[in-house]
Write a protein that binds this ligand. Structure first.
Ligand SMILES: CC(C)(COP(=O)(O)OP(=O)(O)OC[C@H]1O[C@@H](n2cnc3c(N)ncnc32)[C@H](O)[C@@H]1OP(=O)(O)O)[C@@H](O)C(=O)NCCC(=O)NCCS
Length: 185
């Protein structure tokens, strides 16, 4: 899809890696979560890092996450950036490989859109852009999962070519989780 094919206002969006130069934009996004989502960020990022440069440093370079069983996995974090006004719209994270726990329910990619910018197509776009990053890493079979009750996320995955494999019960939450595979060319 070319930029000109995107709905108005979403074409120029881009993923950037965390940088200290976007501190104010990041804190503005964090405020949005605090005020409009009760601080819930679903684990994709820390809301008010005590040490912002340290936080950014930790997210770039040899960054990793721990899966639900504590296993370390290299991961890259991206911020969805709107160059027109310098606003950060959301966050995604690409895990570079699957562990047994991620293969079961976590998947390769997590994402979140700031509360005041939801239902405008940005969720669909952040997954699309993060899939391009996955391709750059040579990940061509991408597992993306969501709580089955998360209708918006399921639509996002399906809009990006997700093929439903099955549903499992989360070891972490006890909720049904839907697993989808996206095949990249
Ligand atoms: C889920 C989330 C990323 C959706 O972001 P978004 O920017 O609203 O998504 P989009 O605007 O691209 O919407 C995609 C589709 O889902 C639908 N949708 C979005 N939120 C919805 C909701 N709460 N209920 C029902 N449908 C919803 C949209 O209408 C759209 O439908 P369409 O394809 O038929 O037009 C966002 O709500 C969020 O960040 N939630 C918290 C974190 C989270 O759940 N992340 C996913 C973890 S798997």
């Amino acid at each position: 899809m070319t930029d000109t094919q995107h709905p108005a206002g979403t074409g120029a969006l881009t993923l950037v890696e965390p940088t200290v130069t976007l501190r104010d934009a990041f804190l503005n996004m964090a405020d949005d979560y605090r005020v409009n989502a009760g601080g819930r960020v679903d684990g994709v990022f820390e809301l008010y890092p005590h040490d912002f440069p340290g936080y950014v440093h930790q997210l770039v370079g040899n960054a990793y996450i721990r899966d639900s069983r504590g296993v370390r996995v290299p991961a890259t974090t991206y911020w969805l950036f709107r160059p027109d006004d310098g606003v950060l719209l959301g966050v995604s994270r690409l895990r570079h490989h699957l562990t047994p726990a991620l293969r079961r329910e976590g998947g390769h990619i997590g994402y979140s859109i700031r509360p005041t910018e939801r239902r405008k197509g940005h969720g669909t776009r952040i997954l699309e852009l993060t899939l391009e990053k996955a391709r750059d890493f040579g990940i061509l079979e991408v597992l993306v999962t969501c709580d089955t009750a998360n209708i918006g996320s399921a639509r996002i995955i399906q809009a990006n070519g997700g093929v439903f494999e099955n549903e499992v019960i989360s070891e972490r939450t006890g909720n049904p989780v839907s697993r989808y595979w996206i095949t990249l060319q």
